[in-house]
Design a protein around this ligand. Structure first.
Ligand code: CTP
Ligand code: CA
Length: 221
């Protein structure tokens, strides 16, 4: 199937998407990051464009090409991702937060390369990063837009954690997937949690799963 045959269920809509990991420096040559290929988020961006949306992708470091028609800005850290997202939220109808955002950053990062020494190993001090999705959802609550969609990769207790996460983030739709089978893979099984309950999609290649997700989102707008 090519883009040409996708129903234009998001025609005239502006969709903001985050994808990939974030990278938090320890020093100029080292950092901490999350396991994320970016494949699912990029597939969602492509599917949204196929559905007729104008798509803005805020991406952490990935090895993926920009999907056709999609505007992309690259970021490294969670705070950079938040700033890039906030610059776009006001004009957005939908925000789909697929990025694997680092929950913590190194508070005492060094601007010079750390050297090995006989004195021992560096002591890293961590501090919590802002929650991009929860921030956008809270800011848009009164206006009722953008419609916010969260993603959760879990290794266990998927249903329980997904329901709790949906409530905690204050989003109408929370998409869960299995971290063990989805990471880096080309196929994915998605569970969609909304106020009506759960919709389980079949295991599909990520682009097909993304297209199904986009049509599920469009039905809920
Ligand atoms: N998210 C975000 N900003 C963060 C952390 C997470 O925007 N600092 C978004 C992710 O993009 C995803 C959703 O929140 O859409 C859920 O991410 P997840 O890591 O599963 O949730 P957390 O609240 O960080 O909980 P956990 O302790 O399971 O990591
Ligand atoms: Ca997290």
């Amino acid at each position: 199937i090519t883009a040409h045959f996708q129903p234009k269920v998001l025609a005239g809509k502006r969709v903001l998407i985050t994808a990939g990991p974030t990278f938090e420096p320890i020093d100029p040559v080292r950092g901490i990051t999350n396991v994320s290929s970016g494949k699912m988020g990029y597939a969602v961006a492509r599917a949204a464009w196929e559905a007729g949306a104008s798509v803005y992708l805020v991406s952490g470091p990935t090895a993926l090409p920009t999907p056709h028609g999609v505007s992309r800005v690259n970021v490294q850290t969670a705070r950079e991702m938040l700033a890039a997202v906030q610059a776009q939220t006001e004009g957005s109808d939908v925000f789909i937060s697929v990025a694997a955002v680092s929950d913590w950053r190194v508070e005492n990062a060094s601007d010079r390369k750390l050297k090995k020494s006989a004195g021992g190993v560096p002591a890293l001090q961590f501090t919590e990063n802002p929650d991009i999705l929860a921030t956008v959802a809270a800011a848009g609550k009164a206006a009722g837009r953008p419609y916010c969609v969260g993603f959760a990769a879990e290794t266990d207790h998927i249903e329980q954690y997904a329901r709790e996460k949906r409530a905690r983030k204050g989003v109408p739709l929370l998409v869960a997937n299995n971290a063990r089978s989805a990471m880096g893979a080309d196929a994915n099984t998605l569970w969609l949690f909304d106020d009506a309950g759960v919709t389980t999609l079949p295991e599909l290649p990520k682009l097909s799963a993304a297209r199904r997700l986009i049509s599920e989102i469009a039905r809920r707008l």
